[in-house]
Design a protein around this ligand. Structure first.
Ligand code: HEC
Ligand code: HEC
Ligand code: HEC
Ligand code: HEC
Ligand code: HEC
Length: 420
């Protein structure tokens, strides 16, 4: 069968031999070994031969049974917890301590924050630059691909899968900024977020789980990604969804990016209970926030929320707050409309002019009964406004009287000035 005089047979035999050799060498001298030897040299240079001799050789790993993960990143990233390697080249540098402090590596591993492929011990596998790996390392390459300067911004997306219910998380400035915007701009007036909110827009509680195919990218001029869709939509909802009543809040790119990271972090999570911070796994509003939300959805001014007038108008005396304040506060409409348009409010609502003629013909068509209802409510709003004004006035008067009677105010100030 085997003809040793044929050159082809020789070639085949040589190739087999070479391959076997490579395989054996791979066992004895795996690719990560080079980093371990380099690390040893670095330690010897800085700390002497004794500590160098004790540096690890072979695969290193953090096993997280509850998370069903094995992270072998420390096979190459050998200096994670060392003091004195802060300025060492990668993959040897000390990890930023303010992060590993609250998240010790033996408990958290690496991939919950960084992504990547935990079990791999070879680049590029470990860093996840392989096809079909859904969690590439959130590193500078990926950030650059999305046109984001700040690589750490991406990491915050992961921070928030665990820190979702925190109001603020030290070390996650983008997410913190976005959480502030969600409260201030009243997104919950139209969206359910974490089980609370209105239903004019879609529920955002699992916004991060929606598949990328569900969005239309035809309006994007940049990279067709989920990130770009959200950032674009937030900055100009109508360019993506022409019929949308979602207001253009005038967000900067930075605001939009922050909100996008927050939105993408909102999803079902498989983080095990032992790695979740805090005992309360839901959003707890402050009493003031809860009252504000209640007034918007159930209070006497809810008509203006249901009809979406509040996108542009406060109705301050009824607790209705607009995030954009494009139009005037309607608490004053009864006296303001005649001044502005030279007619009564009733007349104006039946035959509007200016912006409102467009709004009521195109955006929010109201029946005659609904227009009368609006006028009736705006009269109540005006009465409340006047009551609130006079109440505030008498409170101020009472305070002033109390201050003059006791003489405490000015006298105290004088004493303070006199003391050295
Ligand atoms: C085979 C060795 C090796 C393994 C295994 C490895 N890395 Fe790296 N890592 C490197 C090297 C080398 C660099 C520096 C050069 C570079 O950026 O590619 C690096 C750089 C990094 C950086 C900085 C990259 C950037 O540009 O932002 C991060 C973050 C990182 N690794 C995380 C991880 C995580 C998480 C794992 C485990 C899932 C891991 N690495 C596994 C060798 C490794
Ligand atoms: C709790 C989240 C968290 C965990 C756990 C974590 N990291 Fe990090 N890591 C960060 C953050 C945040 C930074 C800082 C990023 C920045 O400022 O650029 C960072 C920085 C790094 C860097 C430096 C990147 C650079 O070029 O500056 C490397 C490398 C790295 N981490 C690897 C690891 C490895 C390996 C592990 C596991 C042993 C790990 N990290 C565990 C959050 C984490
Ligand atoms: C896998 C879940 C998980 C991830 C991802 C995570 N954390 Fe944490 N973090 C925790 C837990 C759990 C604690 C509480 C530690 C404890 O139980 O002692 C914590 C504590 C902290 C603390 C200490 C103060 C506090 O709230 O208790 C800070 C600050 C913090 N994390 C910031 C971050 C940042 C920034 C990131 C992203 C770079 C991040 N975390 C990613 C789970 C996580
Ligand atoms: C006046 C009501 C209203 C307000 C206030 C509002 N939205 Fe919307 N939003 C909508 C409507 C309606 C849609 C569906 C049409 C569209 O895509 O624009 C929507 C869509 C969205 C989407 C796309 C959801 C998807 O998966 O298709 C996101 C994300 C979003 N809004 C976020 C926000 C955020 C963040 C805020 C607060 C800063 C906010 N919205 C404030 C009405 C509103
Ligand atoms: C897209 C923004 C927008 C929406 C939505 C909107 N308005 Fe207006 N509205 C305005 C602006 C702007 C004015 C100021 C007059 C002008 O510029 O023509 C105004 C003026 C008014 C006025 C006169 C107020 C005054 O003080 O003179 C009334 C009343 C009014 N709107 C009622 C409503 C009602 C009721 C709704 C909901 C059914 C509504 N508006 C929805 C933008 C809006």
């Amino acid at each position: 069968m085997f003809r040793w005089d044929k050159p082809l047979t020789w070639v085949a035999a040589l190739i087999t031999l070479a391959l076997t050799g490579v395989l054996i060498a791979g066992e004895v001298y795996p690719p990560y070994r080079r980093y371990q030897l380099e690390f040893r040299r670095l330690v010897e240079e800085r700390f002497g031969p004794e500590r160098a001799a004790a540096t690890p050789i072979g695969v290193q790993q953090v096993w997280l049974p509850e998370s069903d993960r094995v992270d072998r990143c420390t096979t190459c990233h050998l200096g994670m917890t060392w003091q004195g390697l802060e300025d060492a080249p990668q993959p040897f540098a000390t990890h930023p301590v303010e992060i590993l402090g609250p998240h010790p590596l033996e408990r958290f591993g690496c991939t919950w924050c960084h992504g990547g492929q935990g079990p791999a011990t070879e680049l590029p596998d470990a860093h996840g630059w392989v096809e079909h790996w859904e969690e590439p390392l959130l590193d500078s390459q990926l950030a650059a691909a999305y046109g984001v300067d700040d690589r750490a911004a991406f990491l915050e997306l992961r921070c928030n899968t665990c820190h979702r219910y925190d109001r603020e998380t030290a070390g996650a400035p983008y997410v913190n900024r976005a959480k502030g915007i969600v409260e201030r701009k009243g997104c919950r007036a139209c969206h359910v977020i974490n089980e609370r909110g209105g239903s004019i827009g879609p529920d955002l509680t699992r916004a991060g789980d929606k598949s990328p195919e569900q969005y239309d990218y035809s309006r994007l001029t940049s990279l067709p990604s989920l990130l770009e869709w959200h950032a674009g939509h937030l900055q100009s909802p109508k360019s993506f969804s022409p019929e949308s009543v979602m207001p253009d809040f005038g967000f900067s790119r930075e605001d939009a990016l922050s909100l996008t990271l927050l939105l993408l972090s909102w999803g079902e999570t498989d983080v095990p209970a032992d790695l979740r911070p805090g005992a309360i796994l839901r959003d707890v509003p402050t009493a003031e926030e809860a009252e504000r939300e209640r007034m918007m959805r159930e209070g006497p001014g809810r008509f203006f929320v249901e009809k979406t007038c509040f996108i542009c108008h406060d109705v301050s005396s009824l607790g209705i707050e607009s995030a954009t304040k494009i139009g005037p506060d309607l608490a004053l409409a009864v006296e303001d409309a005649p001044r502005r348009f030279g007619r009564t409010l009733d007349d104006f609502m039946m035959n509007p002019s200016g912006t409102m003629s467009v709004v009521l013909s195109k955006q929010i068509p109201l029946t005659p009964e609904e227009r009368r209802e609006a006028v009736r409510l705006l009269k109540i709003a005006h009465e409340r406004y006047l009551e609130q004004q006079s109440q505030r006035q008498s409170e101020q008067n009472a305070e002033r009287q109390a201050a003059t009677a006791s003489g405490a105010g000015p006298a105290a100030a004088n004493e303070e000035e006199a003391s050295p």
